[in-house]
Design a protein around this ligand. Structure first.
Ligand SMILES: [Zn+2]
Ligand SMILES: [Zn+2]
Length: 157
């Protein structure tokens, strides 16, 4: 949990730094992403007029399957410019737990479609080879692949 004492931050800024286990992600069981590594964070907590301000970063690592070539991928995910505000009038506890808010900052950094690389060539839609590893006849003809297949079928008739 990432939390701080509200009365202490009234007196002085607090530096929250450390690590959380991979369960910090709280990823649902059927999520495309999993994590088995620690999450690192460094957050500065300050009191300002009427509110408490939290700034800093959080970084973690997730595993997924590339949406194009279906190979496993490990990705570093980070939220580098976190800025969270808490109105003092809304704070009723002495210890403020900001774990869920920091988690949300990290979750929005997860790409919708995980890729091993932006340049991933994916699987050939014709023969199914991983085009990052093997160059097949069809991939060399690019989008004409289906047209080429048509003509092969025609020749066989
Ligand atoms: Zn890929
Ligand atoms: Zn192919």
């Amino acid at each position: 949990m990432i939390k701080f004492s509200v009365s202490r931050v009234e007196k002085e800024p607090i530096l929250l730094e450390g690590t959380e286990g991979p369960e910090f992600w709280a990823l649902p069981e059927n999520d495309p992403y999993t994590s088995d590594e620690e999450v690192e964070y460094e957050l500065q907590v300050r009191s300002a007029a009427g509110s408490i301000l939290v700034t800093g970063w959080v970084r973690g690592t997730v595993n997924a399957v590339c949406g194009r070539c279906l190979e496993p991928v490990t990705m570093e995910i980070s939220a580098e410019d976190i800025e969270l505000y808490y109105a003092k009038s809304d704070i009723h506890e002495e210890e403020l737990d900001i774990t869920a808010d920091v988690r949300d900052e990290l979750l929005i950094e997860l790409p919708m479609n995980p890729l091993c690389s932006d340049e991933c060539e994916g699987l050939c839609p014709v023969c199914g080879v991983n085009r990052n590893k093997t160059e097949c006849q069809c991939s060399r003809q690019g989008n004409l692949a289906w047209g080429a297949l048509d003509s092969i079928v025609t020749e066989e008739k």
